[in-house]
Write a protein that binds this ligand. Structure first.
Ligand code: MTE
Ligand code: CO
Length: 425
């Protein structure tokens, strides 16, 4: 993935304020005013077609699909980030979703060698290395361990990576869509490792995928014994092939790259392996040419999903702002929202369940009369950590980074309701 900047947009707070004072661009009335019901034929009190005829029977869709009117709600890629579809990314349409759970068919995908097609009857999980008895499990064996249900977000370390040097992609789907939040059913990894018996010098594990990339990472044993899961279900049904069917490692709160899909082997060792995925990739290159070694936990982050470039403001008057926040270190305690680029902050309302290391949903109701806005959200997690601005991040980490960008996002709402990705300074 390249970090090449394409037309970065940067707005100063002064430019924004003078535009607001002068009334900004001419208001395009059509884009803001609600359509009057009386102008549309066939609405109540008329009887619509769908009330006159029988609908389809129960067998029409053995596996249910969204309404055809929702066909635009899909994962999308960015052509210039898609060198080949087998080693690529697509993005979750965050601006179309609500609540905290990502539907299975909309979870972003990141593959290094395409989607492996694994037959669960033939799939095996091997545990070897510093264990008393190396073991090979079938899927049926895994299903005989006690299991648990947990909701966790997964965020790719490269999420928002293209935004590191300046505002670039127009849409939260593209700037923030490498995150999903799912309820997993799985077996605590600890139970399976204990079955194999850890040797006293065991300190690390190396999960490995069954895809052609054979993707692998070093995970410290403490984390493996703490909250990692061998997951086989997502949101109640079998993992999707894209998400690692039939078995994936869940590494709560830590960068997505460690969540090895199509999991086939776990080696136990006494030191990290320094695989390709933790040396040439997924490390942060600092200003002086050195790299940060391991950055596992995903720091607290948030984004306003509505309004956003793909979801402009359509109505004057009362509007609902919505967004999501998450932290790899705990729950989200508070989200602040600014309408003026970070000058004034107000508390947003967090609504829905608050799970550890899961997405939180927030809302902020506001009145809009066509004035330009600079929307920002800032999340604070249960450790007290405050999501930084992009300038604060760059002051510490320089401009070479791609990974681990959790800076505050700014959306510029224009007088006509259109929204674009900008940075304020
Ligand atoms: N596991 C294997 N075996 N192969 C891969 O290419 N990609 C990793 C990780 N696990 C990958 C993998 C990366 S970089 C991320 S961000 C997550 O899977 C993406 O998970 P998802 O496709 O379920 O969104
Ligand atoms: Co990734």
């Amino acid at each position: 993935m390249s970090a090449t900047k394409k037309n970065p947009v940067r707005t100063t707070r002064r430019q924004f304020l003078s535009a607001a004072a002068g009334g900004g661009a001419a208001v395009t009335a059509q884009s803001i005013l609600p359509v009057s019901a009386a102008e549309i034929e066939g609405l109540p009190p008329e009887v619509a077609d769908w009330s006159r005829y029988l609908g389809e029977g129960v067998d029409a869709y053995p596996y249910g699909q969204p309404s055809k009117f929702e066909s635009h709600v899909v994962r999308r890629n960015v052509p210039w980030l898609t060198a080949s579809v087998e080693s690529s990314i697509n993005f979750t349409p965050l601006h179309e979703l609500d609540g905290i759970i990502t539907p299975n068919g909309l979870c972003f995908e990141r593959h290094h060698a395409g989607v492996a097609e694994v037959d669960p009857a033939e799939h095996r999980l091997m545990i070897n290395g510093l264990v008393e008895k190396p073991l090979i499990f079938t899927m049926a064996d895994i299903l005989r361990f006690p299991r648990t249900n947990k909701v966790f977000f997964l965020e790719c370390a490269a999420n928002s990576g293209m935004e590191w040097r300046g505002a670039q992609l127009n849409g939260c789907q593209f700037t923030h869509g490498m995150v999903h939040c799912v309820m997993y059913t799985g077996v605590p990894l600890k139970l399976v490792l204990q079955e194999a018996g850890l040797k006293t010098n065991a300190k690390w594990i190396m999960p490995e995928g069954a895809d052609a990339a054979g993707m692998n990472r070093s995970v410290p044993l403490d984390k493996a014994l703490d909250d990692c899961l061998l997951a086989f279900k997502m949101n109640g049904e079998a993992l999707r092939p894209e998400q690692g069917y039939p078995l994936r490692l869940v590494v709560p709160g830590w960068e997505g790259n460690m969540w090895v899909k199509w999991l086939r082997r776990i080696e136990v060792g006494d030191q990290p392996w320094h695989t390709r995925e933790e040396t040439s990739k997924y490390t942060d290159l600092l200003e002086d040419g050195r790299s940060r070694r391991f950055t596992w936990a995903m720091d607290c982050k948030s984004v306003i999903t509505n309004p956003s470039p793909q979801a402009p403001l359509l109505h004057k008057g009362h509007n609902v702002l919505s967004g999501m926040a998450w932290s790899g270190r705990g729950t989200v305690e508070r989200v602040d929202v600014s309408l003026d680029g970070g000058r004034n902050w107000r508390h947003a309302r967090i609504d829905g369940p608050s799970f550890d290391k899961a997405v939180h949903r927030f809302y902020f109701e506001f009145d809009w009369q066509g004035e330009p806005l600079l929307l920002q959200s800032r999340a604070i997690d249960s450790t007290g950590y405050v999501q930084p601005t992009k300038d604060e991040l760059r002051a510490v980490r320089g401009t070479n980074s791609i990974y681990h960008n959790n800076g505050v996002q700014t959306w510029h709402v224009r007088a006509g309701g259109e929204v674009e990705n900008v940075e304020v300074s």
